[in-house]
Design a protein around this ligand. Structure first.
Ligand SMILES: [Zn+2]
Length: 455
């Protein structure tokens, strides 16, 4: 396959400044239940790809299905790039690479029948439905996808990367007379093994327990509190509120963002280290090469409290005269790669959880994420669960915990960083490409002066 793509690219090598082909062969299944009903069963085989060309700074992108169209589509991409290119191509230089990256498979989902997958998922769905009479409905799904992406470019890079994703998502909604519905979620993910979906009854039931538990909680009293975030919510905060601002495609043509995000600027206490790390093994955002063939890296976005780096593709790195970071990612080969995060979180600190809450007279412990939005520097997140902290101890459960603030002020207000760390899988959306597999995480975080809204 690689030889065929290299032969196809060869005649055009000198006709544009840059040319690449990505072709993906994939096999996937997905099954979902809504309440007691089987909602959907899908099985897909695809062979499709995209061609990107750049000439005098102008980009073209065309897609193709099957190899019969390939030569015509390359010619089309090349002539389109000539039409739009009016300036200078500025791509940060990278070394050509030849490599084949294989998945170390555990139980291969392609060897498990659709019927067995359905039966397994139906069992978990029934567990949730039967957990408590107040469980009103469920949203339960699984998917697995094995793909091989072939990447060749006009610089001589030729990479094939296999990738497996197996995931399960379990949601329960609880309701009782006179109350608003409450949700609980759980998810699992593996890059190597279908068996991640076996024997997880206790974990799945966590979704129903959290939904029912929320019915018994009272709404938090709005105000300003010292807040402790669990690793899940801390990771979501860093990804959503800070990580997206670190993506250089939003910075390099925006003078206000360049000023806000000038490298060398102090952003927090010296114990604060924020990383985006595609080299962590086995997580949704882990990869050996990005979708421009740049090797994956561990990057410190914030090191010792100082803004040190941002996330680049080859073009943003070239235009800002910085090194490429391996953050060009596409949802699949029929989308163009854009600047994206991988596994993003805060590095472990030195405080135990007890240590972090022991001198909080009245505060809030916010756990997991229900939803949220960001608008420039401002963010609002709704925690899935909450507890009051009273006189240094966890106290009653509360709900409707929403956290609002300015990301830069909130980074400054981080007072303590936990000695634990958990990364959880997530789906990131940007530029119509969603859900891109990423993970978010890190330790517990203690932040002062957080505006907490109740109902
Ligand atoms: Zn995102």
């Amino acid at each position: 396959m690689q030889d065929q793509l290299q032969e196809a690219i060869a005649p055009y090598r000198d006709r544009v400044d840059y040319l690449e082909i990505r072709l993906e062969q994939s096999e996937s299944t997905s099954i979902s239940f809504r309440g007691p009903q089987l909602d959907a069963v899908d099985r897909n085989f695809t062979l499709a790809g995209g061609i990107r060309a750049c000439h005098k700074g102008g980009w073209s992108f065309v897609t193709f299905n099957g190899l019969a169209q390939l030569n015509d589509r390359i010619a089309e991409a090349v002539s389109q790039a000539h039409l739009v290119g009016k300036e200078t191509t500025m791509l940060a230089p990278v070394e050509p690479i030849q490599d084949y990256v294989a998945v170390q498979l555990g139980c291969d989902p392609r060897g498990v029948s659709l019927e067995e997958k359905r039966r397994n998922l139906a069992k978990y769905n029934q567990l949730l439905l039967d957990f408590d009479p107040r469980i009103q409905t469920t949203m339960v799904s699984m998917s697995d996808r094995f793909g091989t992406t072939y990447f060749v470019n006009s610089l001589g890079t030729c990479i094939a990367q296999e990738r497996l994703d197996v995931s399960g998502r379990f949601g329960a909604i609880a309701r009782e007379e006179g109350s608003v519905p409450r949700q609980g979620f759980e998810s699992v993910h593996s890059r190597t093994d279908y068996n991640i979906l076996e024997g997880i009854e206790d974990r799945v039931l966590g979704a129903a327990k959290r939904a029912v538990g929320q019915l018994e909680a009272k709404s938090v009293k709005g105000g300003q509190y010292t807040v402790v975030l669990d690793p899940y919510l801390a990771g979501v905060f860093i990804h959503e509120a800070f990580g997206h601002l670190s993506e250089a495609d939003g910075i390099y043509e925006n003078p206000k963002m360049q000023e806000l995000l000038a490298l060398g600027k102090p952003l927090g206490i010296k114990q604060l280290n924020v990383v985006d790390d595609a080299t962590m093994p086995g997580l949704p955002g882990s990869l050996k090469y990005d979708d421009e063939g740049v090797p994956a890296q561990r990057k410190y976005l914030i090191k010792d409290g100082i803004l040190t780096q941002r996330l680049h593709n080859r073009e943003t790195a070239g235009k800002m005269h910085e090194a490429p970071t391996g953050n060009a990612r596409a949802l699949n080969a029929t989308y163009p790669p854009i600047v994206r995060m991988t596994n993003t979180g805060i590095e472990t600190g030195e405080h135990s959880f007890q240590d972090m809450i022991k001198d909080i007279e009245e505060g809030v412990y916010a756990v997991r994420m229900l939803g949220g939005q960001t608008n420039g520097e401002m963010f609002t997140f709704a925690a899935a669960e909450g507890y009051m902290i009273r006189n240094g101890k966890l106290a009653e459960k509360v709900n409707d915990v929403t956290l609002t603030g300015n990301v830069f002020q909130t980074l400054k207000d981080i007072e303590a960083i936990g000695n634990d760390s958990i990364y959880v899988s997530g789906g990131c959306g940007k530029g119509g490409q969603m859900p891109l597999p990423v993970s978010v995480g890190g330790p517990h975080l203690r932040i002062k002066n957080v505006v907490v809204g109740g109902r």
